[in-house]
Design a protein around this ligand. Structure first.
Ligand code: SAM
Ligand code: SF4
Length: 314
């Protein structure tokens, strides 16, 4: 479907839970979230119905997210059901990787095409400090399990945070010399717990190019500007919502785990999809696409959403 700004909306990010086994300091309050009752969260049947309605309107790619999507009971079954939607071209999932040692193979078998794995530091102590509870070794095992299960084109999501991991930029870029992965640096967005952090934490992605002048540009893909070190097996992606606004190329809509359609990550506007079926559900999605905001206001350091990132899905 084409929105009011002429953008072809073909990508749905579907959140399956706002719960998480980590507490990344920029994303989620340490005390966690007020646990919603089972009935406040979309059931597997509702998630499938929303996915089917969206695909009928032209969505060709779905990414499952959260919170941590792999803590959601029935996630493998959900993937299996979504994979059966004939017109769906790509089923992807973004995860912190911690549960992949057990779930990578079942997810692959259920038909998930691609994984993005979030990893902000390669140093074990820092990792535990940032996630408040995670172990780096577990995520590295998850990465290995994903490769063993047959996932290719793995992407690593690394949120660049001044004073936290900017001294690891070269280490992350070096990973692409030995692994066929895309390491994607994402600019930290001021929302939720990090909204009030010091300005020095918010680094432009040009910092990566300054640290690694050997990176050579490649044709852009989606919202990422891409680079490669000559001869490297993998690539480096820069996702720069603040310094290089990409709203004009945004093809996404989002549905939160409590069933709200969001045309923009940073907007307050939401359309409730709960309780809607058939043509009513399709009309609500159509409306959400038609009303997709032209742009966000992050460049003015303002996200208008009252939600934390774990309550949207990134
Ligand atoms: N738990 C999964 C994970 O961590 O990959 C999926 C959900 S998480 C909300 C999705 C992505 O959003 C992660 O890569 C995370 O690092 C990123 N993220 C969370 N808060 C962010 C922020 N304030 N700015 C930029 N990226 C953020
Ligand atoms: Fe959990 Fe992902 Fe947020 Fe970290 S970034 S707290 S892993 S939802």
């Amino acid at each position: 479907m084409i929105d009011s700004c002429g953008r072809n909306i073909d990508y749905l990010r579907l959140s399956v839970t706002d719960l998480c086994n980590y507490r990344c300091r920029y994303c989620m309050p340490e005390e966690g979230v007020c646990k919603r009752t089972h009935s406040e969260i979309l059931s597997l049947e509702e998630l499938e119905a929303i996915a089917r309605a969206a695909v009928a309107l032209g969505i060709t790619k779905i990414r499952l997210t959260g919170g941590e999507p792999l803590v959601r009971r029935g996630i493998v079954e959900l993937c299996r059901r979504l994979r059966r939607i004939p017109e769906l071209q790509e089923l992807c999932l973004t995860t912190n990787g911690s549960l992949l040692p057990d779930l990578a193979a079942p997810l692959r078998e259920a038909g998930v095409d691609r994984l993005n794995i979030s990893l902000d530091t390669l140093r074990p102590e820092r990792f535990t400090q940032m996630t408040c509870r995670g172990e780096l070794g577990q995520v590295l095992k998850g990465l290995a399990a994903a490769e063993e299960a047959g996932f290719t084109n793995l992407k690593l999501n690394t949120v660049l945070i001044g004073g936290f991991n900017d001294d690891e930029i070269s280490d992350f870029v070096r990973l692409t010399q030995v692994h066929p992965w895309e390491v994607r640096f994402i600019e930290l967005m001021p929302m939720g717990p990090c909204a009030q952090w010091d300005r020095s934490c918010f680094l432009p992605n040009t910092t990566v190019l300054r640290h690694c002048p050997e990176l050579r540009p490649l044709p852009a893909r989606g919202v990422a500007r891409r680079y490669r070190i000559p001869g490297a097996r993998g690539t480096v992606g820069l996702i720069s919502p603040l310094s290089h606004e990409f709203c004009a190329d945004c093809r996404r809509i989002r549905v939160t785990a409590d069933g709200k359609l969001k045309g923009c990550l940073h907007s307050r506007e939401e359309i409730d999809l709960r309780g809607l079926h058939g043509w009513q559900l399709q009309n609500a999605i159509r409306l959400g696409i038609a009303q997709k905001p032209q742009r966000h206001h992050l460049t003015e350091r303002r996200s208008d959403t009252p939600r934390n990132m774990n309550q949207i899905g990134g």
